[in-house]
Design a protein around this ligand. Structure first.
Ligand SMILES: [Zn+2]
Length: 200
């Protein structure tokens, strides 16, 4: 479908205001929202061409400016902790050079596979953590960045694709505890993959 055809197709399922029915996910018993009183926003028409993402031009890319910053680095990659979140730990893996995921050279893509599995393994091994969700979305920033979300053990509502919404509802997790967990992951990553903490 063209963008216009897709919009028209979706609107055929919407009410006269362009509001689609509630998501099936809101009917799950782990939904953070009750369906009563909830309604969708009208579906907007497509905007073409799409607005540029942050860092589409490497000269304006904040990730390129911070290529030497992070909790952990090696020649190709760096790892940071995302603050202000509700789950116990969110880490972000960035390529040090300016690539989007689809443009990664094979050698870096191969290392990404190993590295992301190792980071997820080390996050999952933290006390009180039962899963490491891994997300690459790339709608906001052009420079490759991959999210690792630690799911707290036993909180079965913080499940699957609802986790990021619950994360936004929860109070901010204590930064000192998140810092300590991040350092544990860095120690394990240096042991499994090499690399180092920042030198300056
Ligand atoms: Zn960049």
């Amino acid at each position: 479908m063209t963008p216009e055809e897709f919009h028209a197709y979706a609107l055929a399922a919407a009410d006269p205001d362009g509001r689609l029915p509630l998501a099936r996910m809101t009917g799950w018993d782990i939904s953070p929202f009750e369906q009563d009183g909830l309604r969708t926003n009208p579906l907007r028409p497509p905007v073409l061409p799409e607005p540029a993402r942050h860092g589409e031009d490497p000269a304006d890319c904040s990730s390129c400016r911070n290529r030497d910053a992070g909790l952990w680095l090696n020649e190709n990659w760096r790892l940071t902790r995302v603050g202000g979140v509700g789950v116990p730990l969110v880490l972000m893996l960035h390529s040090r050079d300016h690539y989007d995921f689809e443009d990664l050279p094979d050698e870096l893509a191969a290392e990404f596979g190993l590295l992301s599995a190792r980071i997820a393994r080390h996050v999952k091994a933290l006390p009180g953590i039962t899963r490491s969700h891994v997300y690459r979305i790339s709608d906001g920033g052009a420079h490759l960045h991959v999210w690792f979300f630690a799911r707290p053990e036993g909180q079965g509502q913080l499940f699957g694709s609802w986790l990021v919404i619950w994360d936004d509802l929860l109070p901010e997790y204590p930064a000192d505890l998140a810092d300590a967990d991040a350092e544990t992951v860095v120690d394990a990553l240096i042991a499994s993959h090499g690399g180092h903490r920042p030198t300056s």
